[in-house]
Ligand binder design. Structure first.
Ligand SMILES: [Zn+2]
Ligand SMILES: [Zn+2]
Length: 382
């Protein structure tokens, strides 16, 4: 394995540049141009505008027709940065609070090394996806023909993890991150005087009954060995002092790890909403959307990633539990097997999506070396 120390200063400079100029999902115009310019300077074939602002770089060596993809995300969040580093955001109200600047920089570093030093037999696709935080960027690239225009057999991604020491890598076979579904239930009745509820078909009591009954989906309607979370996060009504509401909106979020569980949650929600509506003489409408699919790692490829990472990490761990956060990388795994893994961002790192968060520059070399090790192991020319 080569020494990436010389590259680390360069990756740090790229990371700081990207951090100063964060862009929201599907608006990564400057970022995409930055990525494309670097990839071209390393000698890759580059296609821009894949799925909006996505960029694909390709490098090919040897004779094998095998192809793998390495993926990074480029988008930032609508969060106002409060830290005062020399590279703090200059785009007010937008911030790289999830470390996608670091992911982009370390994949660029890996692209440079692999393009210039080779050490593999086959094709490597470098995917720089837009709009990860929306859960829309991967699908936009796939819909734009990613898989037929730039075919690959396997796909790999890394995300930094606050709390995990720098140099450590963690992953697990099977489910590792959850699906995220959003729902909105609207109740329509007839509002009226708070002192004469019998003359109304008010929606406050049915809304409250609905919130409680929705809790029976996870507690009583799913297999107890299936992990799921259902959270009602908002109740909005048109009621006011001394007037009962005639409308209510109940909004929330559901997480699960198997499509069957997500389907079941939606079906049970529709059943409960129409039952409550009938019991209280109001109408219910359910809107249920799937924002993120569950991230399911391929077992064999996860074992490969853990083995490859061993050679360039201070510690590699198989995580015992999945997380109930969500990741757009999962969309690629709907089509191609692969593995998503976490690298340490340090024990003192602020949490992801916090206004004081910053990607740890000392993790750039580790992430870069892990990408290179995966590529060389999966496209071994030995
Ligand atoms: Zn995020
Ligand atoms: Zn992220």
């Amino acid at each position: 394995m080569m020494d990436t120390t010389a590259l680390e200063a360069e990756m740090t400079a790229w990371r700081h540049d990207l951090h100063r100029h964060p862009e929201f999902g599907f608006e990564e115009v400057r970022t995409a141009a930055f990525v494309a310019e670097k990839l071209r300077s390393f000698g890759l074939d580059v296609t821009e505008g894949v799925g909006g602002t996505g960029v694909v770089g390709t490098v090919q060596r040897g004779t094998s027709n095998r192809a793998i993809a390495l993926r990074a995300d480029m988008d930032a969040l609508r969060i106002t940065e409060t830290s005062e580093t020399g590279w703090a955001s200059t785009n007010k109200g937008v911030m790289h609070a999830c470390g996608h600047d670091g992911h982009t920089a370390m994949l660029l570093g890996a692209a440079q090394v692999l393009a210039q030093e080779g050490g593999f037999d086959g094709t490597i696709r470098f995917l720089f996806q837009p709009a990860e935080e929306w859960g829309k960027g991967a699908l936009a690239m796939i819909t734009d023909g990613l898989l037929s225009r730039f075919p690959f057999d396997e796909v790999f991604g890394l995300h930094n993890l606050p709390g995990l020491p720098v140099g450590h890598l963690e992953s697990r076979p099977g489910p590792i991150m959850s699906a995220e579904d959003n729902f909105e239930i609207t109740l329509h009745g007839q509002g009226g005087h708070a002192a004469r509820p019998q003359t109304t078909r008010e929606t406050m009591v049915p809304a409250c009954a609905l919130v409680l009954d929705l809790q029976t989906i996870v507690a009583r309607r799913l297999d107890p060995t299936d992990v799921a979370v259902l959270s009602v996060t908002e109740i909005l009504t048109d009621g006011t002092r001394n007037a009962l509401p005639g409308h209510a909106r109940i909004l929330g979020d559901a997480r699960s790890f198997r499509p069957e569980v997500s389907t079941r949650i939606e079906a049970e929600m529709r059943r409960i909403a129409s039952g409550i509506a009938a019991a209280y003489g109001v109408e219910a409408k359910v809107s249920y959307t799937r924002e993120f699919v569950p991230l399911i790692n391929d077992a064999d490829l996860t074992a490969e990633v853990l083995t490859a990472a061993e050679t360039v990490s201070t510690q590699v761990t198989e995580a015992s539990q999945p997380m109930t956060a969500s990741e757009d990388f999962a969309r690629f795994l709907d089509h191609v097997p692969g593995c998503f893994a976490f690298i340490g961002n340090g024990e003192t790192s602020a949490p992801l999506h916090s206004p004081t968060y910053d990607f740890n520059d000392t993790a750039l070399g580790h992430g870069c070396r892990v990408f290179i090790a995966i590529a060389r192991q999966r496209l071994s020319n030995a």
